[in-house]
Design a protein around this ligand. Structure first.
Ligand SMILES: Cc1cc2nc3c(=O)[nH]c(=O)nc-3n(C[C@H](O)[C@H](O)[C@H](O)COP(=O)(O)OP(=O)(O)OC[C@H]3O[C@@H](n4cnc5c(N)ncnc54)[C@H](O)[C@@H]3O)c2cc1C
Length: 449
């Protein structure tokens, strides 16, 4: 590794290679504060040629290289596990909107909000939306195959991805940037790299489908007493509303933490065991139909409706969850997906397990209920104690779910991957890794042990 920083400085100039410990410290800790790392330097390339050169130098000096976008990932994948180079994509900018084709060509370092600001000028938007929109980058969203709040309607990041430019670990520059809707000419690089968490290559640009911005939206915040009741409302809403855009779940402990942030007032007298947030959007919205729908459900304990810009006030309660949980301590974030029918049993399993074996732990459940995606957040867990995580993941596996719905495996879940992927599955993934990153320099410690 000796001499790698000097080699980078010779190629890129000392201003692009940051070694000042104070400046690089923000790249060395993840969003939750749980994962920490160390680095020889942070490199901020401005184009794909520089990325290619950086990987060449990293290979030559056998130096690990961790790619980092907006550093909002929740499984520690962007925090270096081994001291080496952090390649930050924050200067890989550039947005081209083709309003006629409804596509966007964007640099990997463009944030979701930046893309939506530009696409909005043409009445378009990116269909995937996350509360981390001001920092999460398009490269990071592809690398994690981010899901978000509109997946039930539009699919996740993979479903929006039409093209990619990336430098693979073996040094090859892959360019599939035509943005064709159909292209069956062999292995599909966008699909291969989507969800690869920086282990196969560095994504430098992407082509995405865009979707028309809906003229109106209507949101209902609904208080319910049981998870079974929440599921019945959800199932009915899915059948009834073609304009359904989101169905999100919250639970009392999370709402109470959001209250502690001291913002808005909870709109109901009491906080029920669970709350649902249902959003419809489109050219026009049948508000009366939504109100009538809520009236027809005995499971609804309380409900509030808001349209268009006032809907943000109701979204506040869901969107502030991740921040509110972080304010309460360093959380374990178990982002899991389950067959929808198994959700009540799984929620019961988690609550009973914690009550019985770890009464000191606080559980905060929320998530994208419409997709079967529950975020199990655990507070007050001892830093070195992974036992509860394993027991919950084992429960997920026994119910036929997945230990990662949308955040990826990162460093947080490497030991549990075998629960829901077979040995031959993992061995085949490793073969792909060895073929595309033969020097094994990209994101060591991420995805595989
Ligand atoms: C408040 C909040 C809300 C969130 N909500 C959601 C949600 O609803 N749905 C969801 O899916 N996630 C959510 N997340 C998680 C996170 O925002 C996403 O995983 C996001 O896609 C990460 O993007 P990033 O640019 O921050 O990536 P980073 O955190 O920088 O990196 C994540 C991973 O991708 C790799 N990577 C990053 N850029 C590249 C690149 N250009 N090439 C190759 N590899 C790369 C990194 O090495 C790392 O393994 C949320 C996070 C927060 C803080």
């Amino acid at each position: 590794m000796a001499g790698v920083v000097e080699a980078l400085e010779r190629s890129f100039g000392s201003r692009s290679v940051i070694t000042d410990p104070e400046i690089i410290s923000r790249y060395l800790i993840d969003w939750t504060g749980r994962f920490k790392g160390d680095a020889l330097c942070v490199l901020r390339p401005v184009n794909s040629w520089q990325v290619q050169r950086a990987l060449e130098i990293a290979r030559e000096f056998h130096t690990p290289l961790t790619t980092q976008g907006g550093n909002t990932g929740l499984v520690g994948g962007a925090t270096p596990a081994v001291r080496g180079i952090v390649l930050s994509t924050e200067l890989l900018k550039g947005i081209e909107i083709d309003a006629e084709l409804q596509i966007a060509k964007v640099g990997a370092g463009v944030t979701l909000s930046e893309l939506n600001l530009k696409a909005g000028e043409a009445g378009l938007r990116f269909a995937v939306d996350l509360a981390s929109r001001d920092s999460a980058t398009m490269g990071g969203m592809v690398a994690t195959n981010a899901g978000g709040i509109h997946l039930i309607r539009y699919g996740g990041t993979r479903q929006q991805l039409l093209g990619i430019e990336a430098v693979l670990g073996n040094g090859c520059l892959i360019t599939r940037m035509e943005g064709l809707l159909k292209d069956n000419t062999g292995y599909d690089w966008p699909s291969v790299l989507c969800g690869s968490e920086g282990t196969l290559g560095v994504i430098t640009s992407v082509v995405f489908k865009l979707t028309p911005m809906p003229a109106h939206r209507s949101v209902a915040l609904i208080s319910v007493d049981t998870i079974g009741g929440a599921l019945r409302i959800m199932t009915d809403a899915k059948t009834r509303f073609s304009q359904l855009n989101a169905i999100e779940l919250m639970s009392r402990s999370g709402i109470e933490l959001v209250q502690l942030l001291g913002g808005d007032r909870w709109p109901f007298q009491a906080i029920g065991a669970f709350a649902l947030l249902v959003e419809l959007s489109g050219a026009f919205i049948e508000v009366e139909e939504l109100a009538e729908f809520l009236d027809s459900h005995d499971e609804v304990a309380d409900a509030a409706l808001a349209n268009d810009s006032r809907a943000d006030g109701l979204w506040y309660w869901r969107e502030r969850h991740t921040v509110a949980i972080n304010h309460a301590g360093i959380p374990r974030k178990l982002d899991v997906s389950l067959p929808i029918r198994a959700i009540p049993a799984f929620v019961g399993y988690v609550n009973e397990l914690v009550e019985r074996e770890h009464p000191e732990v606080k559980v905060v459940l929320f998530g994208h209920l419409g997709d079967g995606n529950i975020h199990v957040n655990l507070l007050n867990v001892d830093e070195s104690d992974d036992e509860l995580d394993h027991e919950i993941y084992a429960g997920v596996a026994s119910y036929g779910g997945s230990i990662s719905a949308e955040h990826g495996i990162g460093r947080a879940k490497v030991h549990d991957l075998t629960l829901t992927r077979s040995d031959s599955d993992i061995e085949s993934m490793k073969s792909l890794k060895r073929a595309l990153d033969p020097s094994m320099i990209l994101n060591p410690g991420v995805l595989f042990e």
